[in-house]
Ligand binder design. Sequence first.
Ligand code: TUI
Length: 308
Amino acid sequence: MIETRITKLLGCKYPMIQGGMAWVAESTLAAAVSNAGGMGLIAGGSAPIDYLREQIRICKSKTDKPFGVNIMLISPNADDLAQLVIDEGVPIVTTGAGNPGKYMDAWKAAGIKVIPVVPSVALAKRMERAGADALVAEGMESGGHIGMNTTMCLVPQVVDAVDIPVIGAGGIADGRGIAAAFMLGAEGVQVGTRFLATDECQIHPKYKKLVLKAKDTDNQITGFYSGSPCRGIKTKYTKKLQTMEKQACPPEDFEAMTVGSLRKAVVDGNVDEGSFLCGLIAGMVHEVKPCKDVIEEMWQQAEVLLQK
Ligand code: TUI
C-alpha cells in the first residue's frame, strides 16, 4: 500500500486520479474508478449544467467513495459549473485549460479540495499561493489540450517549486509509469488514456478500437497555430486539420472544422469528422478490461518496482 499526502487529501486507497476527459469522463466511468480505489472524475467542460448536475447525482448513487469534477476553464459556462460543484457538495475539483484563481476563495469556503492542472512552474507557484491543495503537473504526452513541457521535465521542476503535493500526468498507463512519476517526486498520478480502454468507459466502440490499434506514432497535435494545441489519434481528419494550419487557413475555417468534433468521436464514432483525443501512451494500451483490474495491476507493478 502506497500512502502519500494525496491518499490522505482525497481519502482514497490509491493516489491515482482519473483524467477529466471532456465528453468521456461521465458518471459510470468515474464511479467505477472511485469504487476501485482511485478517484473518479466527471468532466464538466463541454456539458450543459443540467446534464452535469444529473451526472454528479448518478455518480453519488453509484459510489460512496470520493469523486470529483473537472472544470475546463475555457468552457463558456465555467462560472455556472463553478457554482454547481458548491451547490452539489462535490468534495474535489480539478481544473484545466486556464487559471482558476477567481473561483478559489468560494471553493475553499465551501470546503472543496482544489487541484488545478498546471502546464508550467509559474502557474504552479501562483496556484499554491492562491490556496490549491495539490497540483496536477501535466506533460504534453497527455491527450487533449496540452502545454509545452513534458512529464519527465515538468514534474520534478514543479515538485521543486512548491510545497503542496504534486500529481504527475501524461504518458502513465502502467506500473512503470507510476514508479517513474514517483521517482520524479510526484505523490500521485493522473491517468486518462488507459481508462479509455475499460469496460466502464462509455465511448463509442470505434474510439476504443482506435486506441487499441494505435501504435507509438499514430498520434498528432493539432491547433498549434490557433494557440490551443490538442493531442489525439492521427486520422485523415487530423491530417487535414494540420494541412489547413500549414496553409494558414483563417481561424474561422479551423473553428468550423473542429466544432462538435469531440462529440462526433465519443458519441458517434465518426472517424471522418471526430477528434479522438488520446495520449501518446496509447501505443502501449492493447486490452479492454474493467477499471478495477487496470488499477490493481498498475499498483501491483508499481509497488514491486518501488520496493526494489
Ligand atoms: O484541459 C486539459 N485537457 C483538455 S480540455 C479539452 S476540451 C478542448 N477541446 C479542444 C480544444 C481545447 C480544449 C480536452 N482536453 N488538460 C489540462 C490542461 N490545462 N492542459 C493544459 C492546461 C493549461 C493551460 C494553460 C492550464 C492552465 C493554463 O493557464 C494559462 C494561464 O491562464 O495562465
